[in-house]
Design a protein around this ligand. Structure first.
Ligand code: DC
Length: 231
């Protein structure tokens, strides 16, 4: 048997819908385990931002694919508290975190050749001593042989409420219904697309976080990891 990337380097996958808290959890786990972190959503968000900057229509597949093969991306993890995202030398960490970028990312992520063009970049993150990979298709497509896979889920209402609270706490004037609508729109697009749709891998451990605190989710994940091959 040929050794696959995921069996040589320990990969933990964390998939789920938007706003479920995967990003926070992936950061906590990567830090705890001393592993690298792949925020695959950030790669799609960078592609979305680059397409806007280069005036490429989300329907122009050929141009999008060409752009994706040339994307100049750096993740700078030197500041332990937050990974900085650099596109073409420019720090765009905050710029990619808005709803317009998220919607465009979701739109272009439905295009098969775009996903194919970004696949190897994501696999390259699997480096010693290990990787926590956060996204929609980490366990199904990017790292299908990963020894431990998690799928986090929560009711759309709960995810919208968490996002609403977070934005309000940051002083933003937001409307709950608008947030709920955006979450539902992305859920539908990400889970109904033909290529690499959002779904749990057959061998994923599914955790419904609707009634769980961040710490409770972390404990549940760690208890599975302790029992698994990572022990
Ligand atoms: O996780 P996120 O919200 O940053 O992701 C933004 C969009 O990128 C998401 O709505 C769909 C797309 N995406 C994807 O298709 N596959 C991934 N592995 C990660 C994100």
């Amino acid at each position: 048997m040929t050794d696959t990337l995921e069996s040589v380097v320990k990969v933990v996958t964390l998939d789920g819908p938007s706003g479920v808290g995967k990003g926070t959890m992936a950061q906590i786990l990567a830090k705890d385990l001393g592993y690298h972190l792949l925020d695959s959503g950030a790669i799609y968000r960078l592609a979305a931002l680059a397409s806007i900057q280069q005036n490429i229509s989300p329907e122009d597949e050929d141009k999008l694919v060409e752009m994706c093969t040339q994307l100049d991306i750096t993740f700078d993890a030197s500041d332990e508290s937050k990974v900085q995202v650099i596109l073409g030398g420019e720090n765009v960490t905050s710029r990619i975190r808005n709803e317009d970028i998220a919607q465009r990312a979701s739109l272009i992520a439905a295009i098969g050749p775009v996903r194919a063009a970004l696949l190897q970049r994501q696999r390259d993150f699997a480096q010693e001593p290990g990787l926590v990979a956060d996204g929609r298709d980490m366990g199904t497509v990017v790292f299908p042989e990963a020894p431990v896979k998690f799928y986090l889920t929560a009711a759309a209402q709960v995810r919208a409420q968490r996002r609403f609270d977070e934005l309000q706490a940051n002083g933003l004037d937001v409307e709950f219904n608008a947030i709920l609508h955006e979450i539902q729109e992305r859920d539908t697009r990400d889970s109904q697309r033909k290529v690499a749709p959002l779904k749990p891998a057959d061998d994923a451990i599914v955790i419904d976080t609707s009634d769980l605190s961040i710490d409770a989710v972390k404990q549940e994940i760690l208890s599975h990891l302790n029992k698994s091959v990572l022990a």
